[in-house]
Structures are given as structure tokens and as C-alpha cells.
Design a protein around this ligand. Structure first.
Ligand code: AMP
Length: 504
């Protein structure tokens, strides 16, 4: 199998990859990296979770390392455009992680935060600028950034950009770039308008594509339990005790303290559990992971960042003890249970104040996750359901399709009110494209209707997944329906976000 060394990446990048515990390039990386190093334009058909960020970030860093003139004032060498603030922050984080031993100057230009800091960060020029379109244009208009020095232009999630009404902004931005530049274009789908944009932007591109066998959300049985904050630890302990089908459980908390607290509760109730997070030493992390892999610890409690390096097959259940603030993290988290031919179960606890987070997740994955209260009584999943569409009953698979995270775009893109149809006007500040986590994370696309046309909400090849008998809690929490898994093909997504400026 191809290794990162064989792909021709420079040594400081290889070292950073070793630190990140990446051993093997993903297919999109193996296909893309050599072409980017060779300065070709690339059109990549790949969705989140395939490793597409590293597919462009690694060879771009390699190219930066080959020749590092000091950036001119207010200029940038690499411009990455992405549709949302969260994705932009994630991309910047990737450049920082993979560029650990190169220390590229890199910064973010995204809406929703004061612009002055961004103006200052750009003043001396940067090597890498990751931006959302609206804020970038604001900065261009203020003459805080110039785009005439861009060597490499990346358009990420192009289909989502178009759905969000950014076509005019993108055209304006492209008109300000030098004509001699390298272009990298990524999209989960290639509808006509996306292909047209690619054709207008790219010169003799290499086409690379990865089609995941199935997407995370399709293969994982998901469930939400609405529960009071104070009851969550007992509910988790109860489930872990009662449910023999849990081979290995990965429990996500939002904070390190939260992770430690959950472990204390579980251990207090006689359940072997360990936490893994940034405050643990490398030795402790390795020991805990080895025990988890070996099966001597059945429950691992982790924060998002700590979970990045966890590559363990056979995780049967992912528990979202706390819902993530960034909806994409939900997909990354639950994807930990769908590796190596296994299909997993994801159970999310939702406190009442976290309902906006749940709504944002459901918009992103375009599924209304079956929900119960803590007694096991079926409830509406989020108090303002995203939009009318096929909800997958507990124990049943999602109807069909793919998006960024699995669902195909509706080519007809009917207008509608469920998240804003594709608009031709440029969104203003707080525009959809730079939405806060709880806003419009579906990218403004109308939610998919049940699209298989067979009226039963399922693909013909899909079988029902049966709910197991309810688990009666001895905590007074009542009956909580449990889902059991069936074997399925493998997949591997994961991720985290964060906004940072890489020091020089
Ligand atoms: P992306 O599709 O870029 O969102 O990447 C999904 C996740 O996969 C990211 O969180 C990366 O940390 C992780 N990842 C990317 N490439 C690799 C690799 N070669 N080995 C292991 N993990 C990876």
C-alpha cells in the first residue's frame, strides 16, 4: 500500500503525520497528493470524512516548503475558500497540525467575529489564508487583503457553496486572482452548475474521485435520548451495565473535566472506564488505548480532540454524553463505530438546552434522529423539527442517498422555506454561508424528501433493523430502547475544529 513517504512529501510533513498517527494515506490522498506536488490543477470528488482536507493541505505545505519567499504585505500565497466558519476553522487547524514542523503563517478570515483582528493578522501577509467568501470580500473591499499573489487556490465543498448562494462571491474572488495559479476544486457531487464552475476555473485538471461504499449516517443506527443533565451519568451507567451487546463503548464529553467526572461515576458504579484527553500524558494515553483495544476496558471516555488519534476497530457503541457544539463533529464522532466491516450504534443524550445543537446536527445529516425521553417514551427529536421529511423510525435505516455526509443533492433543488433556498443575492453579515453552528448547517439546501419513490422510506436493498427489547433501568430512569447492530462495510471519518494562527 502507498505510504506518505512514497507520495513524495517532505520530511517535516512526514514527521507531523507520524505525530498525528496517520500511517496510510486515504484513497483521495493517494490519488491527489502527487498531482498537487506536480503543480497540476485537480478536481476532486470527495466528501467530508474521506481525508480530503489532508489531500490538499499536505501537498500545499510541501509546495510552500520548496520555496518560501517572505509574503508581501496583505498578500497570501495559498487561498482556501470554504463555505462555513466551522469548516474553515477545521481546515486551518489541519494546516497547523500538518505544518507543525514548518510553521506556516496561516490565518482565518471568517464572519461572525470582529474583523479588526483579521485585518491585523493579514497586515504582514500570510502563506495560507482560509476564508469564507463573504468575509474575504469584506476584507478585499477594505484593502486589508490582496489576492494578486495567490499561487494556489482551493475551492472546498464547491457544491455546498453554490447551494448557499455564493456563486457571485466566488466569481468576484476568482476575478481578483492572478491568471497563473494552481487550482484545486473539491466537491461531494458534480451537478451541472458545479461542473460548469469547475470548467471555468480549472486548467487541464486531473480528476480524482472517491465514492465511499456507504456513508456514516447510512450505516449507523442513531438514537437520541432527551434527558436531564443530572441524570445523564446514571443513565449511561445503567445502559452500560444492562446491555450485553456493548462490546466497546466510546463516550464523548465536551470537556476534559466532564470526561473525568463521567469516569468517576462509572467507576463508582463498578464499571471499568478510563478517560483520554489532553491532560493525560502520552504514556497514560497509550496505556489506556492498549487496554481498550485489548478489551480489558470496555468504556473509554474522550473529548473530541483526544479521540482524533484513536484508531480502534470494534467500537460497537458511541455515546454522545454531551452533544458537540460543531455539528460536523457529530458525524466524525459516530463514524468511530463504523470501522472495519462493523456497523455501529450511536446514542446521543440531549439536555433541553442542547436542543439547538441537535437541530443543527439533524439539518446537517438531514435525518430526524429517532428520539425517546429517558423513560423510553418516543418523543419529537428536536423541538423545532428541521423540516418535513422522512424520519427514520428507530431501528430502521435511512431512506436513501448521499450528501456531504451522505445525501445526494436534489438536482431540482426546489425552493422552499426549510433552510433557505439557493439565493442569488449576496448574503449580508451573518449570512447563511457563515452560519453559526446552530444555523443553516444544511447549507441552505432544501431538506430531502423521501426520495426513493417506493413509499416505504427505504431502499429496496435495505432491511429493517430491529429494536432490541427495552432496557429497564434500575435507576428509576425507566425503559430505554436499544438498537443492535448488523455487519456492514467499513468507513473512517473523524475530526475536530479549532481556530488558530500558526506561529512563524
Ligand atoms: P476530512 O475528510 O478532511 O474531513 O478528514 C476526516 C478525518 O480523517 C480528519 O479528522 C483527519 O484527522 C482524519 N484523517 C485524514 N487523513 C487521515 C489518514 N491518512 N489517516 C488517519 N486519519 C486521517
Amino acid at each position: 500500500m502507498t505510504s506518505f513517504t512514497e507520495l513524495g512529501l517532505a520530511e517535516p510533513i512526514l514527521r507531523a503525520l507520524t505525530d498525528a498517527q496517520y500511517t496510510t494515506p486515504t484513497p483521495i490522498q493517494a490519488q491527489t497528493i502527487p498531482h498537487v506536488i506536480a503543480a497540476r490543477d485537480v478536481v476532486g470528488i470527495a466528501q467530508t470524512g474521506t481525508g480530503k482536507t489532508a489531500a490538499f493541505a499536505l501537498p500545499i505545505l510541501h509546495r510552500i516548503g520548496e520555496n518560501r519567499p517572505r509574503p508581501e504585505r496583505r498578500a497570501c500565497r495559498v487561498l482556501v475558500l470554504s463555505p462555513t466558519r466551522e469548516l474553515s476553522a477545521q481546515i486551518l487547524e489541519s494546516f497547523v497540525t500538518y505544518g507543525k514542523y514548518m510553521r506556516p503563517t496561516a490565518t482565518l478570515a471568517i464572519g461572525g467575529v470582529p474583523i479588526n483582528r483579521q485585518v491585523r493578522a493579514l497586515n504582514n501577509g500570510v502563506e495560507v489564508l482560509v476564508a469564507t467568501p463573504g468575509r474575504l470580500l469584506d476584507l478585499v473591499r477594505m484593502s486589508a487583503v490582496r489576492l494578486d499573489q495567490v499561487d494556489v487556490f482551493v475551492l472546498d465543498e464547491a457544491d455546498r457553496m453554490l447551494d448557499m448562494g455564493f456563486i457571485h462571491d466566488i466569481r468576484t474572488i476568482i476575478s481578483k486572482l492572478p491568471s497563473k495559479r494552481q487550482n484545486l476544486f473539491f466537491s461531494a457531487t458534480m451537478a451541472k452548475d458545479v461542473s460548469e464552475l469547475a470548467a471555468a476555473m480549472l486548467k487541464d485538471p486531473v480528476r480524482v474521485a472517491v465514492t465511499p461504499e456507504a456513508t456514516t449516517v447510512e450505516r449507523i443506527a442513531q438514537q437520541v435520548i432527551h434527558v436531564d443533565r443530572g441524570s445523564k451519568a446514571n443513565l449511561l451507567a445503567d445502559m452500560l451495565k444492562k446491555e450485553a451487546a456493548i462490546d466497546r463503548a466510546l463516550v464523548f464529553t465536551r470537556t476534559k473535566r466532564g470526561a473525568d467526572k463521567v469516569v468517576r461515576t462509572l467507576v463508582g458504579k463498578g464499571i471499568a472506564a478510563e478517560a483520554i484527553h489532553g491532560n493525560k500524558s502520552q504514556g497514560q494515553r497509550e496505556r489506556v488505548l492498549a487496554a481498550f483495544r485489548a478489551g480489558s476496558i470496555r468504556t473509554l471516555v474522550a473529548t473530541d480532540i483526544a479521540a482524533r488519534g484513536i484508531d480502534v476497530d470494534g467500537i460497537s457503541h458511541v455515546f454522545n454524553f454531551d452533544l458537540p457544539h460543531v455539528p460536523e463533529s457529530y458525524v466524525h464522532r459516530i463514524g468511530r463505530t463504523a470501522r472495519a466491516g462493523a456497523e455501529g450504534i450511536a446514542i446521543s443524550f440531549c439536555e433541553s438546552e442542547d436542543r439547538p445543537l441537535l437541530r443543527a446536527i439533524e439539518k446537517l445529516i438531514r435525518i430526524t434522529i429517532p428520539a425517546t425521553d429517558q423513560r423510553g417514551v418516543k418523543t419529537e427529536s428536536s423541538d423545532e423539527a428541521p423540516a418535513p421529511r422522512q424520519s427514520r423510525p428507530q431501528g430502521e435505516r435511512r431512506p436513501e442517498g448521499r450528501s456531504n455526509n451522505g445525501a445526494p443533492r436534489s438536482n431540482s433543488r426546489p425552493g422552499g422555506n426549510g433552510g433557505g433556498r439557493r439565493s442569488e443575492h449576496r448574503p449580508t453579515e451573518h449570512r447563511a454561508g457563515e452560519a453559526r453552528p446552530s444555523e443553516n448547517k444544511s447549507g441552505g439546501r432544501p431538506p430531502r424528501q423521501n426520495g426513493n419513490g417506493n413509499g416505504n422510506g427505504r431502499r429496496p436493498d435495505q432491511t429493517d433493523r430491529q429494536s432490541a427489547p427495552a432496557v429497564a433501568g434500575d435507576t428509576g430512569l425507566g425503559n430505554v430502547g436499544f438498537m443492535h447492530r448488523k455487519p456492514a462495510p467499513s468507513h473512517r471519518p473523524e475530526g475536530a475544529t479549532g481556530e488558530r494562527r500558526a506561529p512563524r
